[in-house]
Ligand binder design. Structure first.
Ligand SMILES: [Zn+2]
Length: 179
């Protein structure tokens, strides 16, 4: 079954490829384990040896993160946020398929809404795992500083995070169910 072979290949790649981040103390395998425990599901994370900073959810459902992206980060909490943000896209895909059509949003507004939702998800994971939720803001601020991505969109996302950080934190405390 090709799909199964593909998954096995991914797992092999995960263990073969050096997943060592550039900053001291960070450990992708540990972050993966922690997130899996919080989510109660398996995650597939592929670290690729490319210098361009990028992280995205592959259509097959696994998270791709480049070494260039990891090099833009300064600590483990920021890496957790980047990975959890992509997990957020994965969850959103499963739950809100077709939302754009229902709400009649423009592609641009829809993209921004999806990014904000994934950001909020990332913040909930940071809280669930005991990291500072402000790491989310720090990542996006650094991306602007380094000239990565759409600065206008990144600023909107920072505004959203700053507005929702307290409520995201308290929502998590009351639900107590991880991310
Ligand atoms: Zn995203």
């Amino acid at each position: 079954m090709p799909h199964k072979i593909f998954r096995i290949l991914l797992l092999v790649l995960f263990f073969i490829l050096p997943a060592k981040p550039s900053f001291a103390g960070a450990d992708i395998a540990k972050i993966k384990d922690d997130l899996e425990r919080a989510l109660g599901k398996d995650l597939y994370i592929l670290v690729v040896d490319r210098t361009n900073p990028d992280a995205y959810l592959h259509p097959m459902g696994y998270i791709v993160i480049t070494k260039g992206m990891i090099e833009d980060l300064t600590d483990e909490s920021e890496l957790v946020f980047v990975i959890a943000h992509e997990v957020g896209h994965h969850m959103e895909k499963r739950h809100y398929r077709g939302e754009r059509g229902l709400l009649g949003l423009s592609q641009e507004a829809y993209n921004l809404a999806k990014e904000m939702e994934a950001d909020n998800y990332g913040v909930r994971c940071l809280k669930a795992l005991g990291y500072d939720p402000l790491a989310s803001v720090h990542v996006l601020e650094r991306l602007i500083k380094l000239g990565r991505g759409d600065a206008l969109q990144l600023r909107e996302r920072i505004r959203n995070l700053r507005a929702t950080l307290p409520s995201e934190a308290s929502a998590l405390e009351s639900s107590g169910n991880g991310c």
